[in-house]
Design a protein around this ligand. Structure first.
Ligand SMILES: C[S@@+](CC[C@H](N)C(=O)[O-])C[C@H]1O[C@@H](n2cnc3c(N)ncnc32)[C@H](O)[C@@H]1O
Length: 202
């Protein structure tokens, strides 16, 4: 589900950019990803995540997708800036519930807060696991209903109302998809920040 104008204002704000940078640092400290890998960012919005991924992990390729054409246009505009010249970024309009990639083709998948926008979020998690190579890493920041569906935000923001998930549901879906949650993740009743590895048991 695409974001409405109040959320668009938030995701395109300098504060969101700053938060995303802090999360990028957390991901970098959380798990090792060798330079030269191939990365995917789902729900890339206006594209800020790609630069953070590039700076943190020096991948050979970053694929970033979003279902919202307007968001992708903003990302394409940003990509023309001089500072983005050397970022090996390919932008694509696509649905994170039906990833247009073959099995096991990515070293890492990044989710900066988009899975709660999916009607079938379990399919989204399964798709991430499908496109990750064995040993590939899923880095995620995800939020739960007490944050985005509290009495204030439920009036302001558009999110699917059915089939919602909290921490235990999200962690169970990772395990069901064969993604092992790595130690060091941070979770509250509002959100989770962490990494999970395909097939690796700690
Ligand atoms: C909360 S915004 C986050 C944007 C960006 N990742 C960030 O952190 O600033 C959620 C993004 O997910 C995108 N989105 C929603 N449903 C999607 C879907 N089914 N497939 C791909 N992207 C989707 C929205 O268009 C929006 O850009």
């Amino acid at each position: 589900m695409i974001v409405n104008w109040p959320e668009r204002l938030w995701v395109n704000s300098p504060v969101r950019r700053y938060v995303q940078q802090l999360e990028g640092r957390f991901f970098k400290n959380m798990d090792k990803l060798a330079p030269g890998g191939t990365c995917l960012e789902i729900g890339c919005g206006c594209g800020v995540g790609a630069r953070i991924i590039n700076e943190s992990f020096a991948p050979a390729a970053i694929h970033a997708l979003d279902i919202d054409v307007a968001m992708l246009e903003a990302a394409k505009k940003r990509q023309k800036r001089a500072a983005w010249k050397n970022i090996p970024l390919q932008l694509l309009t696509a649905d994170a519930q039906e990833l247009p990639y073959p099995n096991q083709c990515f070293d890492a998948v990044f989710n900066y807060g988009i899975i709660h926008h999916l009607e079938n979020w379990q399919k989204g998690v399964a798709e991430i696991a499908r496109v990750l190579k064995d040993g590939g890493i899923f880095f995620f920041e995800e939020i739960y209903p007490p944050l985005y569906a509290n009495p204030l935000f439920i009036r302001m923001l558009d999110h699917p109302r059915e089939n919602r998930f909290h921490g235990p549901d999200f962690r169970a879906a990772l395990a069901a998809a064969g993604l092992q949650l790595q130690e060091g993740y941070k979770e509250s009743r509002f959100a989770i920040l962490g990494a999970a590895v395909k097939g690796r048991v700690q």
